[in-house]
Design a protein. Structure first.
Length: 317
């Protein structure tokens, strides 16, 4: 946080106008909030703050944070870092959101501090103590997307949420599979480390959706050979990308989410399937729900198709 000193009010400027102007200028860079020390260094006194709060124009949001204008999520991020103090930085899913992650809501702001740091609990903020050094970037301070993604998965409320966050971080290009793999080689033993390694391997191999990661797990569980992911072929409108493809056996699998059952998507899927089938490829379609309610049955169908294509794997392993 950079703090600069400015002159006191110009002659003829009212006290209220002065503090309003100062606060507005500071809040511009902090999504509507100011740090008390910033205000003090710019000439806004404790009495000034008290007057504005009593008048209902400003809101105290902790010992350090004053809300002077309406704000959004970034105001909560600044507040979290300021109120925890010290070397606190946004981390986990909060750092991912600050880096641009979309379509995820979190009820608390996650920050991390080095192990041994004395902290005071802050309402709405979850503080994690880390024993390992992390890379920090941005304002407010936040862990890099790679650390943030690994921590988000480790601290998630469930394995499903952990998998989703890793997939979304890569799918939305907040980070990449290879970067996550590189960090995993030097990261400590995080919670869920085996799950995290497996999901990172999947997204590095090309899986970009949670459904594709689910299918990869079904393949591993049932002894199905590793497919190519997002394999490209040529179709009537240009490139066609297949969720899973075994080139040696001319078998493809498409995993269908709900969006494949509505509107024009049904027509596009049929056109694409027909192009691929006309090239001699067996195309199997699996609804994403089927991966959860009938994984064995669909896995056996995939095995049967692979055997027809020449796969010599043992169905009984």
């Amino acid at each position: 946080m950079t703090i600069t000193c400015d002159p006191l009010p110009a002659p003829g400027t009212s006290r209220r106008a002065f503090r309003t102007q100062v606060a507005a200028a500071l809040a511009t860079d902090h999504d509507g909030v100011c740090h008390r020390e910033q205000l003090r260094r710019r000439g806004v006194t404790r009495d000034d703050i008290r007057h504005e709060v009593q008048a209902g124009r400003w809101i105290l949001r902790g010992h350090q944070t004053v809300q002077v204008q309406p704000g959004g999520p970034a105001a909560d991020w600044w507040r979290a870092v300021w109120e925890v103090r010290g070397s606190a930085r946004l981390d986990g899913v909060s750092a991912l959101l600050a880096a641009g992650l979309r379509h995820w809501e979190e009820a608390t702001v996650h920050v991390s501090v080095p192990e041994g740091t004395h902290i005071t609990p802050v309402v709405g903020v979850t503080v994690h103590k880390t024993r390992h050094a992390v890379d920090v970037t941005g304002e407010p301070a936040r862990t890099t997307p790679e650390w943030a993604a690994l921590h988000a998965a480790a601290w998630a409320g469930s394995d499903r949420a952990a998998t989703t966050l890793l997939a979304m971080a890569v799918q939305q290009r907040i980070t990449t599979g290879p970067r996550l793999q590189a960090l995993l080689t030097r990261s400590p033993a995080l919670p869920r480390i085996h799950l995290i390694r497996g999901v990172v391997a999947d997204v590095t191999g090309g899986a970009q959706a949670l459904s594709e990661i689910d299918f990869a797990k079904v393949c591993r569980t049932h002894g199905i050979p590793e497919p190519l992911r997002q394999a490209m072929r040529r179709g009537h409108t240009g490139r066609i990308y297949l969720d899973a493809f075994w080139d040696a056996y001319d078998v493809a699998v498409e995993v269908d989410g709900f969006q494949h059952t509505v509107g024009h998507a049904v027509v596009e899927d049929a056109l694409r399937d027909n192009v691929v089938r006309n090239d001699g490829v067996t195309v199997l379609r699996i609804p994403v729900l089927g991966l959860h309610v009938a994984p064995t049955e669909f896995a056996e169908q995939v095995k049967a198709a692979l055997h027809r294509g020449g796969w010599s794997g043992d169905p009984q392993r």
